[in-house]
Design a protein around this ligand. Structure first.
Ligand code: SF4
Length: 174
């Protein structure tokens, strides 16, 4: 195994591994390889995400956290979460944007270097979801900052979030 890894590093061959029992068709595998190639092209192999909790119930965060576990392991695509918007390419926002978080979200958006992208993750971010119409929320991320990609679900599964990232890559790199 180690020999194989070293050989692949030397020859720069792309190898994507999947956990045992993770059934995936050749077509899906090809899509994932093209996803990684798009990240490589657009972000020099490193897509950095700053997650912003804009008033969520935290279930969306749990699903985002699962992205870095050994099952989903998004770091193998060169994607990772960062602590500061200044180090991020993408903001991944969860929650309906509570009034208290409006200004913080705007400031975080402006602190992200261009070309900054925004993913609205979870039903709340689309139109307020279960909080829609409450005096305390802005009824969705697009009412506060521009959104490039929506991921539906309450909460969305890690696979749905990965698919959303794939869609975003498709949109920006064709
Ligand atoms: S979309 Fe659902 S799971 Fe996510 S923050 Fe809103 S209520 Fe919670």
């Amino acid at each position: 195994m180690l020999k194989e890894i070293i050989k692949n590093i030397i020859t720069k061959k792309k190898v994507i591994t999947f956990p045992e029992g993770f059934n995936i068709s050749p077509e899906e595998a090809a899509k994932i390889v093209s996803f990684q190639e798009k990240i490589d092209r657009a972000f020099s192999r490193s897509l950095r995400i700053r997650q912003v909790d804009a008033g969520s119930c935290n279930a969306c965060e749990w699903e985002c956290t699962a992205l870095t576990n050994p099952i989903y392991d998004i770091q193998r695509f060169g994607i990772d979460f960062v602590a500061s918007p200044r180090h991020a390419d993408v903001l991944l926002v969860t929650g309906p944007v509570s009034r208290q978080m409006e200004l913080a979200l705007r400031k975080t958006y402006l602190a992200t270097p261009e070309p900054r992208l925004v993913i609205a993750c979870g039903d709340c971010t689309i139109d307020g979801g279960v909080y829609r119409g409450s005096y305390a929320v802005s009824n969705g991320v697009a009412n506060v900052v521009p959104v490039d990609c929506y991921i539906s679900g309450c909460p969305p599964t890690p696979i749905a979030i990965i698919k959303g990232l794939m869609e975003l890559m498709k949109k920006i790199s064709g």
